[in-house]
Ligand binder design. Structure first.
Ligand code: GDP
Ligand code: MN
Length: 380
């Protein structure tokens, strides 16, 4: 779950990471009122979950109320790379001597946490990584050991920051590591982390992604649910309790078990198609859940065919077949469904499907046959 900058900064503040005083505003008047309280100059910042806001004109300095009014008016409602701006963050403007980059994330292949620090912040870090990878100092941290101040200091040394920034950076990074681990984040990123002319090190931006597997121990995360940006398909799936991720293709996918669904995406790709989504109905899925899944996929306008791939274990194929038949009665299908059933009660499931076989309900014996058929139908 991704946070907005203002939420990330509020989280940073709880871990004692220095951020500028600020406030959210949803209207021009609220923006002016916030700026008056905070004191000028301020920065008016678009709150959208996409980078490069500065370049897109979504971040403006304002020296007085008139400028805040002008910028807030321009930025609210602006479209930044497909994200509409509905909220602003107004904060006290900082003087910048230097801009750095800092982040922690999980390095899955090393099975360790990875910290990245660069004296070349403020810009697109992917570009720095590509053009001059040596400009990014990396550190692997074993979660059992944690990040000691000593190791952190040697890491900061490698990054070659201005000597005036070293103590401040060590302090911020130790706290940022704690925020990342105790806070159950998948990613914390500060770009830019700034050095001010008077020698303070300070977070000017915040990108935080939380690990939703840990939400059971974070009742405070509930406040983020209301502000989450989901596409319409994902919102509907979430309401129905489905494990769904929207993709860009035309073949709607339903399967049971994340591994099977992933291989279904691969096979569809292999035979020349593209999946419209990932949808895992999980183990023991009954008729009602199946019908819900078909309904969600049927509401996706880019879907041209639906591929149901079930390997029955705890899940019984006859129940799945009932679910599909129920869905056919409940929704007006816009695209044909291709079904492959194997495992527990598969024969009974196939018999049920055979009774309803038509142009829109097609059973196939294997996963490959089913994928081929679904891709062929999607291309029509
Ligand atoms: P992003 O473009 O979405 O990454 O948004 P940032 O919050 O990182 O802001 C982009 C750039 O705006 C920063 O790299 C700074 O150069 C500039 N900026 C942001 N806040 C301030 C500020 O308080 N003072 C000054 N002088 N520049 C700022
Ligand atoms: Mn930034």
């Amino acid at each position: 779950m991704d946070l907005f900058e203002y939420q990330g900064k509020q989280l940073f503040a709880r871990y004692d990471i220095p951020v500028s005083p600020g406030a959210v505003a949803d209207t021009v008047d609220e923006a002016v009122a916030a700026a008056e309280r905070i004191g000028y100059p301020v920065v008016v910042k678009a709150q959208v979950q996409v980078g490069g806001r500065g370049k897109a004109g979504g971040i403006k300095l304002a020296g007085g109320a008139d400028e805040v009014r002008e910028h807030a008016g321009n930025i609210l409602g602006m479209d930044i790379r497909g994200h509409a701006v509905r909220r602003l963050w107004i904060e006290r403007a900082s003087d910048i001597a230097e801009e750095y980059y800092a982040s922690f994330t999980l390095d899955r292949s090393a099975k360790l946490h990875l910290g990245m620090l660069s004296s070349r912040g403020g810009v697109d870090i992917e570009q720095v990584a590509e053009e001059s990878p040596e400009a990014i100092a990396r550190i692997h941290v074993d979660p059992v050991d944690g990040l000691t101040e000593e190791r952190c200091r040697s890491w900061v040394g490698q990054a070659g920051l201005n000597p005036a920034a070293v103590d401040g950076a060590v302090d911020v990074l130790v706290k940022l590591y704690r925020c990342y681990t105790d806070g159950d984040a998948d990613l914390v990123e500060i770009n830019p982390l700034i050095l001010t002319p008077d020698g303070r090190v300070h977070a000017l931006d915040a990108k935080v992604s939380l690990d939703e597997n840990a939400d059971f121990r974070h009742p405070e995360w509930e406040e983020y649910a209301a502000t989450q940006v989901l596409d319409a398909r994902e919102r509907e799936a979430k309401e129905k309790g489905l494990n769904y991720i929207g993709l860009d293709g035309t073949v709607g996918i339903i399967g049971n078990g994340a591994g099977l669904v992933m291989s279904t995406l691969d096979i569809v790709n292999e035979v020349g198609g593209q999946a419209a989504n990932f949808l895992d109905v999980g183990g023991g899925a009954g008729a009602d859940l199946l019908a819900n899944a078909v309904e969600v996929i049927n509401n996706d306008p880019s879907v041209r065919s639906i591929l149901v791939n079930i390997f029955g274990g705890i899940t019984k194929c006859d129940e799945v077949a009932h679910g599909i038949v129920e869905a056919l009665g409940r929704v007006e299908l816009r695209s044909p469904i291709v079904v492959r059933l194997a495992g527990t009660n598969a024969e009974e499931g196939r018999r049920i499907l055979a009774e309803h076989e038509s142009d829109t309900l097609i059973a196939q014996p294997t996963m490959l046959d089913a994928a081929r058929k679904a891709v062929e139908l999607a291309a029509r």
